[in-house]
Design a binder for this molecule. Sequence first.
Ligand SMILES: *[C@@H]1O[C@H](CO)[C@@H](O)[C@H](O)[C@H]1NC(C)=O
Ligand SMILES: *[C@@H]1O[C@H](CO)[C@@H](O)[C@H](O)[C@H]1NC(C)=O
Length: 366
Amino acid sequence: RCRFLLEELAVSQARQLTVQMMQNPQVLAALQERLDGLVGSPSGYMESLPKVVKRRVNALKNLQVKCAQIEAKFYEEVHELERKYAALYQPLFDKRSDIIKAAYEPTDEECEWKADEEEKLTEEMKEKAKVEEEKKDEEKEDPKGIPEFWLTVFKNVDLLSEMLQEHDEPILKHLQDIKVKFSDPGQPMSFTLEFYFEPNDFFANQVLTKTYKMRSEPDEADPFSFDGPEIMGCTGCQIDWTKGKNVTLKTIKKKQKHKGRGTVRTITKTVPNDSFFNFFSPPEVPENGELDEDSEAILAADFEIGHFLRERIIPRAVLYFTGEAIEDDDDDYDEEGEEADDEEGEEEADEENDPDYDPKASDLCQ
Ligand SMILES: *[C@@H]1O[C@H](CO)[C@@H](O)[C@H](O)[C@H]1NC(C)=O
Ligand SMILES: *[C@@H]1O[C@H](CO)[C@@H](O)[C@H](O)[C@H]1NC(C)=O
């Protein structure tokens, strides 16, 4: 399912790219040249082979299917290994959490850090630091732990900040930890993201959870597309909102006209509101697998976020807090931007050899 959704995503990205390229005849000509070299060659060749050889090629394909099945076992063991190592990381993550929520005050020795001389702050980061410094000065009392740690991480990561609404921020200030739990051995492969909140006025839950079901077996209909575990679906949790605090709802006023009498009355209706907390009530995938376009887009983004939280943010949250982990991502964008702007382009861009070219779509599912 995930792969399917991502393919959709790739198609729409390709469409966007095509539109951009259509506006650049040079790029278009270069592309055409490449396409001319590719189109038609493999299928024509297979058809030209003698029957006996084609038959043996089929045997090779059957071997390939068996390889995919072994590869699936490989990824199951990777999952086991991840589970084993998760237990080794956990005490460190627990300590991280204790420092953030002021349950533990690190010693002077633990706080020693040799700043890297070569590490240059960007202007933007300097500006941000200044603003933060001023803000800190305004605060009279000594802050506890690392205030707004996770909210800051969320704001720093584009993928998450896009979901973040202003009314979510006061709630996320109470977020104290995010953990990832892997499924037990022998159970269907999955991972659960656990969001730990300190007691707050918004909801009663101490933990909000989001579980991603994975599948690590080749699709019978398309075994050659197998490329590691895929996210198949996800489930959220019920949030016990305090009365009047449900930010995923808003009330709207609607005028209604009485058909007979022609009098107008105003009614109030509750409708869904944009919020990060909609993350905990993802669209359900119906049995027949058919999803409308909106749900499909939501799930594609959702799987990407789930994967990113597990794979990048939870393991190295501090670097997203400081911005160090984001710098790399920004560099990628800058390079892409420069390339796109460079209209002189002496030679066609060698996309295969460009490490930034791979859209990494398949990574998202693993
Ligand atoms: C609904 O969303 C808007 C815009 O994001 C926000 O201003 C408003 O406070 C939200 N309503 C509720 C009830 O949270
Ligand atoms: C909060 O709003 C969601 C819809 O966005 C709804 O499904 C849920 O039942 C509401 N919860 C409470 C406690 O009102």
